[in-house]
Design a protein around this ligand. Structure first.
Ligand code: CO
Length: 350
């Protein structure tokens, strides 16, 4: 027990051997566009930590909302991509493209049926998704239909620059990176890393957890490490995480209790450090980081990661935190080798 008490958080041990460098090419931290949509949520997140200190149940309702995954989607309705009808910007010379015709073709087949439903009509007359904040049923339909329009446009864009794009990807995937992130709609894995389809294997859940008994995340990990042969496994949390905020409260969150308990366990492991932080926002941010760190440890504990590493020298496990405010990715510089060394005695599986 004594060992687990002291998490190697601070150890930013100098990176050792070359393995890490070898494959580092991928993680291009591009400028994410995701950050802009977030403004509305911030204040809510900031409030949460307050409850941690106070036994008062006053904030309960807020907590429930926050944790409920559905809330954000319903309320805010983040615009998907660009407005579809206005801009087929790069598509102008579409006449040439063979690809452009493909997707359109199926539409024609179904054409006789489409005029019937009225859904389509309002879509054309109301291209203004930004207009009122009132989310009517009609605009919901709009939003939903737009997804398929976006899809067609995306197909066009992809095939215009690379005619074999889909054919190539349909044959195989060869990602270098496995990304475990939060399900939060503002943290789209590929986008924040500037990576294309085929370049990152992704698992997301509430608060980017890797519980030791979760078959889902462990299946993804094992497949990624053993079969896809990824070089890097990344746990990416984010400041302003609703899951972490909810875990800092005393509210009973029903079904989420068991899941969020993982984060409370992280809090318990690091209670001294966390309680020493007086500023609640700072403490909240630190818990986000420590949660990432502990999920990294959970990954390092697994037999297949340990075995792969001793055979091949990878994967390397990294902990990152994403900032909703400016889109930056921060590498927590968690020392994979130090942690592995430390926990090996306890978790070794020969
Ligand atoms: Co989150």
């Amino acid at each position: 027990m004594a060992k687990t008490k002291k998490p190697a958080a601070k150890k930013v041990a100098a990176k050792k051997p070359a393995v890490k460098k070898a494959a580092v090419k991928k993680p291009a931290a591009k400028k994410p566009a995701a950050a802009k949509k977030t403004a509305a949520k911030k204040p809510a997140a900031a409030k949460k930590p307050t409850a941690a200190k106070k036994p008062a149940a006053a904030k309960k309702p807020a907590a429930a909302k926050k944790a409920g995954a559905k809330k954000p989607t319903a309320a805010k309705k983040p615009p998907l991509r660009k407005p579809p009808l206005k801009k087929p910007p790069v598509n102008k010379p579409a006449a040439k493209k063979p690809a452009a015709k493909k997707p359109v073709a199926p539409k024609k087949v179904a054409a006789p049926k489409k005029p019937a439903p009225n859904k389509r009509a309002p879509k054309k007359t109301a291209p203004k998704k930004k207009s009122p904040a009132t989310a009517s049923a009609a605009s919901d339909d709009d939003f939903y239909d737009r997804i398929f329009e976006n899809n067609l446009r995306w197909i066009e864009e992809k095939t215009r620059t690379d005619a074999t794009f889909f054919e190539r990807l349909s044959r195989e995937q060869n990602p270098t990176v496995l990304f475990v992130g939060c399900a939060d709609s503002r943290v789209p894995a590929n986008e924040i890393m500037g990576l294309e389809p085929g370049e990152v294997f992704v698992h997301r859940n509430v608060a980017n957890l890797v519980p030791n008994t979760d078959l889902n995340v462990h299946s993804v990990l094992q497949y990624g490490v053993e079969h896809l042969d990824v070089k890097h496994v990344i746990v990416c949390g984010h400041y302003g995480c609703g899951g972490v905020a909810a875990a800092m409260q005393s509210a009973d969150l029903g079904q989420l209790n068991g899941w969020l308990r993982e984060i409370r366990d992280v809090y318990r492991l690091h209670v001294d450090e966390l309680e020493a932080i007086k500023d609640e926002t700072a403490r909240y941010r630190r818990l986000v980081e420590l949660n990432v760190q502990e999920q990294c440890v959970n990954i390092i504990k697994t037999s297949f990661v340990q075995q792969a590493y001793s055979k091949k020298g990878y994967p390397i496990v990294h902990g990152w935190v994403y900032s909703l405010k400016d889109g930056r990715l921060k590498d927590l510089k968690i020392s994979f080798r130090d942690i592995l060394e430390k926990i090996r005695e306890i978790y070794r599986l020969d």
